[in-house]
Design a binder for this molecule. Sequence first.
Ligand code: AP5
Ligand code: ZN
Length: 217
Amino acid sequence: MRIVLVGPPGAGKGTQAALLAERLGIPHISTGNLFRDNISQGTELGLAVKQILDEGGLVPDEVTIAMAADRLAQPDAGDGFLLDGFPRNIAQAQALDELLGKDGHKLTAVLDLEVPEDEVVKRIAGRRMCRKNSQHVFHMEYAPPAVPGVCDECGGELYQRSDDQEDTVRHRLELYHQETEPIIGYYREQGLVVTIQALGPVPEITQRALSALPEAD
Ligand code: AP5
Ligand code: ZN
């Protein structure tokens, strides 16, 4: 299965992607996590994009597309993947179609997570991430760790993302409406969009997604 996950910042894309990827046996590929891993490792790419992420802007397409293409070319993504945070605008969506088309592949579905804006703001305000593994995500109120500040899964330190400040979140939401929402129309024309309500307990949303997705190809 080749799946793209879309939804506003804080919709729960990372949370659902980790669970769905495990259930479907495909890798979870998050461009946000790839950028953050590069930043924490101090790579050249990390240094180049740090300020853009801190300000909640979008990394230029050529950089993002090259990084995504690199990751998609790895062997574990050959039979399927779950993309989280990419594509994020029409140019990236076209680039992905082209990339897959070269190997005679196409997307199976685009899973669109619908969450009211006041809820995403609450989710982002309480989010805490693990320094050791960016797939370990907690929430102070909705998914608190057993020991404050410590990851349940690996003991890593929990921190608040630099782009989770209120002003930056507002900017990220604006960019989502301007740049990313149009890709839903683009994919709807291809008959790929599956929309689910992403409010409620995490496992119920995973179940909703699994029932809504087409059968594995
Ligand atoms: P990215 O990491 O993709 O950020 P995002 O899209 O803003 O999404 P988030 O990570 O904020 O939220 P999420 O939907 O994954 O929610 P989560 O599961 O954590 O991108 C970061 C930056 O990288 C961008 O701003 C940009 O600079 C750059 N970038 C990345 N991709 C790019 C691209 N393609 N092009 C250009 N630039 C790019 O959940 C949120 C919180 O809610 C958590 O605390 C969680 O525990 C909680 N939660 C989850 N589900 C529920 C639930 N059902 N009920 C209650 N709480 C819940
Ligand atoms: Zn952890």
